[in-house]
Design a protein around this ligand. Sequence first.
Ligand SMILES: Cc1ncc(COP(=O)(O)O)c(C=O)c1O
Length: 388
Amino acid sequence: MSHDLLRHRSQFPILDRTTYLISNSLGAMPRGVYDAIHDYAETWATRGVRAWEERWWMLAGHVGDEIGALMNAPKGSISTHQNVTTCQAVVASCFDFSGKRNKVVYTDMNFPSVMYFWEAQKGRGVRVHMVKTDDAITVPTERLLDAIDEQTLLVPISHIIFRSAFINDAKAIIEKAHKVGALVVLDTFQSLGTVPVDVQALDTDFACGGVLKWLCGGPGVAYLYVRPDLGNKLVPSFTGWAAHEDPFAFEIGPNRYTVPPYRFMNGTPHVPALEACRPGLKIITEVGVDRIREKSKRQTTRLIELADQHGWPVNTPRDPEQRGGTVSIDMPDSYDVCRELLKREILVDYRPKAGVRMSPHFYNTDEELETAIDAVEEILKNRQLATR
Ligand SMILES: Cc1ncc(COP(=O)(O)O)c(C=O)c1O
């Protein structure tokens, strides 16, 4: 089965040159992006301003649907944006935080940019309640559920924690939020493309993420799912002409909002990034997230076994059902080890409180895991010799 997935390796040039275990940060570029960018330039060069009408203006909606198909989102429910932080701003702009229901609940394991955004909304009346982790790996679900109460308006929460790959219990969080009248903004950046996500089964209110990691889509495209019944009601105040019912009428005065997904967009779309992300989406769709997940569970289990054999602490859940696609290994001098691995063309990253993150994707071989771990062993041995 895994062998079958390796069929796609030749579509990713960087896999010929490096041991690429960093898809939690930046997925490998599919070869098809060369053509996509070239075609974009050709369209611009030959069609000029007509490109807006013929292709570019509607591209955001098409790409939204392509992303949506990966998370069982109904057509037309996904708007695209430049990044997840912007998605938070779009959501925040739909609500009034001056009343009693003004609490925003998340955990200290959220991605910092999301925290920074919500912290900065305190001036608009937002009351942030941040639930703390005990072990820097997991989120205490009961504590989080207890914090979601009748005064809670929003719960912007990572589906999978970027540091540890812990999978939050999204279903329980969404159920509790709905019981008390709160809404959930599920950040699926670290799940979509490596762990199955079904926004309708979860009944999440919003979902957001970007395409540059597990979806191999490159920087510049994030997605925002809005539950369709909400989507037609909400009125984002972070808005612009893309959200207008008739943008090219250039009407004066307040926005006359169109329907989703454009209702949640604002200014001129990020066309080159939208073009560049499509080859990755196509491959992930072809491969299938269920098959990616099966392989990922097996390979992350293997990485943990190898780390255990060396006695290196692992800051990632051991139960594969609680773990996304990354294994964080906190070997001695992990920051320096990471720098050394990069020099040897073994691409991984280092995060404080996590260690070296290794993230095999469907295109990685089992041998590459051994290569990375063997290199760490050698680097540590050399360092020991040097300090003697
Ligand atoms: C869970 C999660 N959310 C958000 C981000 C990034 O946010 P933004 O798209 O605003 O840069 C990341 C990583 O880059 C992430 O891992």
